[in-house]
Design a protein around this ligand. Structure first.
Ligand SMILES: [Zn+2]
Ligand SMILES: [Zn+2]
Length: 334
């Protein structure tokens, strides 16, 4: 098979690699589309160390090409979205229902070979068959959507509450839509105004570019009170975390799902004085079916978010496009 293999930081080579064979409980997936995200870029750039050589790619969909012994969940020919994280199932965290927090969690495309290849070998339990009649490519965003479904659920948002989404990348634009399905009114806030028009088209009632004015002011105007009830932070920068806290009303909830890699300067006295609830939300553990359902029913639109498509041979260009301001989700089509 053809695969994009990372040998060292920024040394990504498209080459012929041996076809993987599915073992007990595993499925071999013929990859039809793989999405790139910030994590992939960090791995490619060497900011996130991995064992080399590695076939990257954790957001992907495809058809089951073969299954190993003991597999019941899927059959060859099934179209599937892949849940690229699986836990050990044995530790205290797994047993008490915190599989997403398992310290022995395996991430496909990060800890083991992933989907930037024609074929990928994954545990069959990670394969979610696509709803009948649903085009496979429409499920490419199932993985980031599962992240957002969990973050929004952890906010406890209720109908008619006000919410602000910080960041207008893939996660932010999905969060706007998921919040709408909960009946919340949504303000989208981002550093540049570039994608705020799209945020509006996808259901944000109001938008604020931080280059044009204060997020906290916009949040007060939008909510008609001291700030919004709920904030979903998706940008994952230290500054965004500070900004997120300023958008919430006293007594509000702030869910952090972007992953800042540097420390944030947060004035914690404001957290105490305003009794803010800060909630971390780490990937997903039971959210894939809900993500698939939202895509199937059209409540969440993923297609407008896929801005670029490249063949596997052009994966280097795909990484360049992924860093460009014009891109939202870049897809690689093996
Ligand atoms: Zn990702
Ligand atoms: Zn575990």
């Amino acid at each position: 098979m053809k695969a994009a293999v990372l040998y060292a930081p920024k040394d990504l080579r498209v080459q012929v690699a041996p076809d993987p064979a599915p073992g007990v409980g595993e499925a071999l997936v013929r990859v039809r589309a793989a999405g790139l995200c910030g994590t992939d870029f960090r791995i490619w750039a060497g900011d996130r160390p991995v064992r080399y050589p590695l076939i990257m790619g954790h957001e992907f969909v495809g058809e089951v090409a073969a299954v190993g012994p003991g597999v019941q969940k899927v059959r060859p020919g099934d179209a599937v979205a892949v849940e690229p994280n699986y836990s050990c199932g044995q530790c205290a965290l797994c047993r008490e229902g915190n599989r997403n927090l398992c310290l022995s969690r395996t991430a496909v495309g990060i800890d083991v070979d992933g989907g930037l290849a024609e074929l990928a070998r994954v545990p069959a339990r990670c394969c979610w068959p696509t709803p009948k009649g649903m085009p496979l490519a429409s499920l490419l965003l199932a993985e980031p959507l599962a992240v957002v479904v969990r973050a929004v659920r952890r906010s406890g948002v209720r109908t008619a509450e006000t919410a602000a989404v910080l960041g207008a990348g893939t996660l932010g634009l999905l969060a706007v839509q998921v919040l709408r399905t909960h009946g919340a009114r949504v303000l989208a806030v981002s550093r540049s105004g570039r994608r705020l028009l799209l945020a509006r088209e996808l259901g944000a009632e109001a938008v604020q570019s931080l280059s044009d004015g204060s997020g906290a002011d916009a949040s007060r105007r939008f909510s008609g009170r001291e700030g919004v009830d709920v904030v979903i932070e998706t940008a994952g920068t230290p500054e965004a975390v500070e900004e997120a806290l300023g958008l919430a009303r006293p007594g509000g909830r702030v869910v952090l799902t972007g992953l800042p890699h540097e420390p944030s300067r947060v004035q914690f006295s404001t957290v105490v004085r305003r009794e803010l609830t800060i909630i971390g939300s780490m990937i997903y553990q039971d959210e894939f079916p809900e993500a698939m359902r939202l895509l199937e029913g059209g409540a969440v639109k993923a297609d407008p978010l896929v801005t670029h498509r490249f063949g596997l041979d052009a994966v280097g260009e795909a990484f360049i496009a992924q860093q460009s301001a014009a891109s939202i989700k870049v897809a690689v089509i093996p």
